[in-house]
Design a protein around this ligand. Structure first.
Ligand code: NAD
Ligand code: WQD
Length: 340
């Protein structure tokens, strides 16, 4: 049984990925400093899988203690690196915090992996690296140019990708898979793990479910005058469990397949663009709950439309995001009901 280290493994996407790794037969060690997650997540993982993963309450910026985790688990064969700060708005307010955490954590990790001869890393990147793709690049594939980042957070993802490429160039035995997530939503169907709200949500789905639950009075739809069929923005919303499964495929590939490129980049999306208004209608249909919403002005810095061409992940990883939208939206609602 191969052991995988998962940084940020008690977080939203990390916890769902730990579940899928365990169910696929991997042993898992989580490193998380609990800066944006809760220790109770471990119980949820155990209830779903019957296995409690090894947990290390360690900050990736703390080189000594991070390094010691690799001493304690000499059988680590690969790392999935989720740990990062991820709030776009906060990154504009506190850029140094974002550069320190998101760059420092990866630099420490790559250094420590090299010391311990751990050669496989999967990295959480984001569709934010594409910015607003030009019309001829929609749906966007992995060869589309990266655009100047609109936030320090987005910039850290671009620099992280570059750091991995530079290190792979210098260290020929390092293998990397860079996964560019589109918009992850939903929760595990058991409703035992999901996304933990942190104050007033910025992301659409937590705002939708909190409004449905009566925690927020009204959802504000940011703009209906975009150049899209119904005027609201379009995104590629991907179910977090489908997303988690792609990580298992990426790890399987790194551990078992020859003839890979040293650094591979995959979009993780559904290939389907949905508007904000379609999400609202879909939520109402899936749950039977009426949403109180109003159209307001555009949100500064919003991208009009972006969705993925996911053929590379479909064909090379043998993975497809195929959970129906109503099941995804229902899972988000069931998780919200458990929280409230
Ligand atoms: P999350 O905040 O739920 O999870 C991140 C986890 O990392 C948290 O548990 C946090 O406590 C931990 N962490 C942060 N800094 C750490 C440090 N220095 N040391 C140890 N642990 C640390 O976020 P998420 O939504 O699960 O995102 C996971 C990754 O995916 C992040 O890298 C994020 O940038 C990326 N991503 C997220 C989205 C999204 O919309 N959720 C989209 C694209 C990419
Ligand atoms: C989705 C759509 C809003 C809230 C962000 C990050 C990006 C990535 C994913 C990490 C947009 C609209 C939202 C609301 C609304 N994260 N909306 N009312 O902006 O695509 O991306 O999360 O890498 O980097 O920027 O996601 O969920 O904030 O918005 O109308 O109350 O919902 O305008 O069209 P976004 P989002």
């Amino acid at each position: 049984m191969s052991r995988i280290l998962v940084t940020g493994g008690t977080g939203y996407i990390g916890s769902h990925t730990v579940v899928e790794l365990i169910q696929a037969g991997y042993q898992v060690t989580i490193v998380d400093n609990l800066s944006n997650s809760n220790i109770d997540v471990l119980q949820g993982i155990e209830q779903i899988t019957g296995v409690k993963p090894d947990f290390e309450n360690v900050d990736c910026l703390d080189y000594k203690n991070f390094n010691a985790v690799f001493d304690r688990f000499p059988d680590i064969e690969g790392v999935i690196h989720f740990a990062a700060s991820k709030a776009v708005g906060e990154s504009v307010e506190k850029p140094l915090m974002y550069y320190r955490n998101n760059l420092g954590s990866l630099v420490n990790l790559l250094d420590i992996m090299n010391q311990h001869k751990v050669k496989n890393i999967v990295f959480s990147s984001s569709c934010t690296v594409y910015g607003q793709p030009d019309a001829e690049h929609l749906p966007v594939d992995e060869t589309a140019p990266r655009k100047t980042a609109l936030s320090p957070y987005g910039n850290t993802k671009q620099i992280n990708e570059d750091i991995i490429c530079d290190q792979a160039h210098a260290q020929k035995d390092l293998n990397a898979v860079i996964l560019r997530y589109f918009n992850p939503i939903g929760a595990h169907p058991s409703a035992l793990i999901g996304e933990l709200p942190n104050g007033v949500p910025n992301n659409l789905l937590p705002f939708v479910t909190q409004t449905a639950a009566g925690i927020r009075e009204k959802l504000r739809v940011f703009g209906n005058d975009y150049n899209t069929p119904d005027g609201s923005c379009i995104r590629d919303y991907i179910y977090v469990v489908d997303l988690a499964k792609a990580h298992v495929k990426a790890i399987d590939r790194m551990l078992n397949e020859n003839g890979r490129d040293q650094v591979e980049v995959f979009n993780l999306g559904t290939g389907r663009g949905l508007s904000v208004l379609e999400i609202i209608r879909g939520f109402e249909q899936a749950t039977g709950v009426k949403l109180n919403y109003e159209i307001v002005g555009r949100r500064e810095g919003d991208i009009e439309q972006v969705w993925a061409k996911a053929d590379k992940a479909n064909n090379v990883l043998g993975w497809k995001a195929d959970t129906p939208l109503d099941a995804i939206l229902l899972s988000a609602w069931q998780w919200q009901q458990r929280l409230s």
